[in-house]
Design a protein around this ligand. Structure first.
Ligand code: F6P
Length: 197
């Protein structure tokens, strides 16, 4: 594709509760985002374009894609960073129950690996097939829309933006915002399209 769209899933029930990981459904606000998406894409994407939606295998990304009138493919490797024993915790709970881990992550967020889970470094590796698949596509008439997760979009976006390991885990990927990336010879054009939900 010439242009790739990235977005996080709509706000989930876990997002509302400040809990990480899990496999929650969307909140009512997240559902509104899902309902708004088709009209936004109808305007964004030229009529002759072929469109394919890539989601993770988690409910919140699949639910976000549900009203989009395009073919959809689920990828397990697009699932959110595995937070291992901290899955379902709030950051406060992690700080209380695993203070040392909390501090370690703060010191080196890219390399910190959750107990029984993954690091950003692991995630970058897990996403290699997705990057290869995106690079393999040269059909300018085929647009890929990736509905993913915060950490996953950070990795994919940083690949195209050439961000280094220090900045990658801190890139701001707001909810309810489309990120339109158009690769050029040596860099990328980027447009952020907030949906105001
Ligand atoms: O809070 C949403 C979320 O996608 C979590 O599931 C995930 O662990 C987290 O964001 C990743 O962000 P950070 O690496 O900044 O904790």
């Amino acid at each position: 594709p010439r242009t790739i769209y990235f977005t996080r899933h709509g706000e989930s029930q876990f997002n509302v509760q400040g809990r990480i990981g899990g496999d929650a459904y969307l909140s009512p606000r997240g559902e509104m985002f899902a309902k708004k998406l088709p009209a936004v894409f109808a305007k964004q994407i030229p009529e002759n374009q072929k469109v394919t939606i890539w989601t993770s295998t988690l409910k919140r990304t699949i639910q976000t894609s549900q009203y989009m009138p395009y073919p959809k493919v689920q990828f397990k490797c697009l699932d959110e960073l595995n937070s291992g024993v901290c899955d379902g915790f709030t950051y406060e709970q992690i700080e209380q129950q695993y203070p040392q881990d909390y501090a370690e992550r703060d010191k080196d967020k890219f390399n910190y690996r959750y107990k029984g889970g993954e690091s950003y470094r692991d995630l970058v590796q897990r996403l290699e097939p997705i990057i290869m698949e995106l690079e393999r596509f040269h059909d300018p008439d085929h647009t890929i829309v990736i509905i993913g997760h915060q950490a996953v979009i950070r990795c994919l976006y940083s690949y195209f933006m050439n961000y280094d390991h220090e900045e990658l885990p801190y890139v701001k990927i707001p909810l309810h915002t489309l990120i339109k990336v158009t690769p050029k010879a040596y860099n990328c054009d980027v447009e952020l399209i907030p949906l105001n939900i």
